[in-house]
Ligand binder design. Structure first.
Ligand SMILES: Cc1ncc(CO)c(N)n1
Length: 215
């Protein structure tokens, strides 16, 4: 079994907890209070900046030059494409000041940045993989279970449930599996730990937004 299939199995309890969060149920039926989505968007805007920097750190460190190019594109996607989504929501919801980073976002953003800088490259890549993979799965899940036609969060749903994002995710999984194949069991275990930690932090990110958690 390849590394990714195995690790995805391992995070099933976390993934199922995510699917059962009120944030996801209310995003799906469009009833998520605007205030919570605004908090989420503002935090996510901070997050994407750090995520983009983490991806470009990985781009510069990864050995294979084609992988460098792929990670440069990922970084660009995080900063340019996803921020466009945020900006349009900022406009729709009259959000002018995104404020400072709050605990869940701060924890996740800085974990990614320190891992991207200091960990072995395969561990750094494994740490960013849940950001892609969990969002794709959640995007698909919401698309499949969509109830309302006039969902105010439709743009968000289309971004992560769509084919373009899916292509990026497939690339990220493929690169991670190739790196896993070429490292020791001990390194693979560190990759798994990093993937699990980021999966927890994805849960915490939504939980922090739903509860409007501040310092
Ligand atoms: C917290 C978080 N994780 C992953 C993504 C998808 O890149 C996002 N926008 N926000």
């Amino acid at each position: 079994m390849n590394w990714s299939t195995n690790v995805w199995k391992q995070i099933q309890p976390i993934y199922n907890r995510i699917l059962n969060m009120p944030f996801i149920a209310e995003l799906t039926d469009g009833t998520l209070p605007k205030e919570k989505f605004k908090f989420y968007m503002a935090q996510d805007s901070h997050y994407l900046e750090h995520f983009g920097r983490s991806l470009s750190l990985i781009a510069s460190r990864i050995e294979n030059i084609n992988d460098t190019l792929t990670f440069i594109r990922f970084a660009e996607g995080a900063i340019v494409v996803e921020n466009a989504l945020h900006e349009s929501y900022f406009k729709d919801f009259n959000l002018t000041d995104k404020g400072s980073m709050q605990p869940s976002c701060h924890h996740y953003a800085h974990t990614l940045k320190s891992t991207a800088t200091l960990a072995n490259i395969e561990v750094a890549v494994a740490a960013v993989l849940p950001c892609f993979w969990i969002y794709r799965e959640v995007g698909h899940y919401i698309t499949t279970n969509l109830k309302s036609v006039n969902n105010p969060y439709q743009k968000w749903i289309d971004t992560y449930g769509g084919e373009e994002f899916n292509t990026l995710v497939e690339q990220a999984i493929k690169i991670t599996d190739r790196l896993a194949l070429n490292c020791t069991k001990a390194q693979q275990n560190l990759m798994t730990d990093a993937f699990i930690t980021s999966s927890h932090l994805e849960y915490q990110f939504w939980d922090g937004a739903y509860n409007l958690r501040t310092w």
